[in-house]
Design a binder for this molecule. Sequence first.
Ligand SMILES: [Zn+2]
Length: 323
Amino acid sequence: MTDVVVGIDVGGTRIKSVLLTRSGDVLAEDTRPTPADASVRLGPALADIVTSLVERGGGESGGPSEARGPGEVREPGGPGEVRPARVGIGVPGIVDEQRQVGVRSANLGWHDLDLQRAFGEHLSLPFVVGHDVRCGLLAEARLGAAQGCTEVLFVPLGTGVAAAQLVGGRLWHGRPWAGEIGHVVVDPDGDPCACGLRGCLETVASAGAIGRRWSALTGRGGDAAEVARLVAAGDQQAISLWHNAIEALAAVISPVVAANGTQLVLVGGGLVRAGDLLLDPLREAVHARLAPAMRPAVAPASLGDRAGSLGAALLSLEAGGVA
Ligand SMILES: [Zn+2]
């Protein structure tokens, strides 16, 4: 019998999940749409995901352990060979991990939701809820591009901009809104932001904002990937927009690096698919703002959109004291 954990990454549109062994092997994966009215329907969906993953991973849903004598070790995968021990769940928005409360999520439409109560009615296994970006960093730190680093700033650039930090090799939690660098104002006369301010970093430098700004500027459709292609092709309007986004990112990232002694800025999210077109000028812009001794490495995350679910699984292992 192999003890496994389930890691679930709840996004605004998709739920990605993994069945993970304690040694970090993925036995099964699942992706499905996030249900509407998540504050009510997410709990049953999570229970269904756990059951489905355990069945596909070759296990029983929490049945008694089978006794095995010495030499009877088998590879996981056969019927009855795995048993889920815990579940980790990463959710977006503002998350109070200590109290296990979803303070706010615009995407999932909840406000001050007691997540242990909301999900506990449906899940029979012990579970822990974490912040999706902090889960992503935990996965990168244990299994991905931040292995061996203790002072890391993780910045996924997707529909929004957020951050998580590893300090002294441990996830930094701070207050529930720690990491909300997307809502630091970089242009007081800029576009309105969902948070009520104007010109937040997120309205300038997220993948979503780059696409929107390009459409507003040119009247042509196109997402951030299209803008990146035009930057590579030498389009001056695209280059200007791209440059503004990178300068805004550097202006917000650099003081965080200076304050914390960050050794690695790990860039993730959809925008990092632009590769060196993003990373080289971002590295230059961050380094230009910092004295030589303070300059961090700036590198891409390596786990892509699996980081959140892997990190949620790792969170459950670490919360259970069995990592
Ligand atoms: Zn904002």
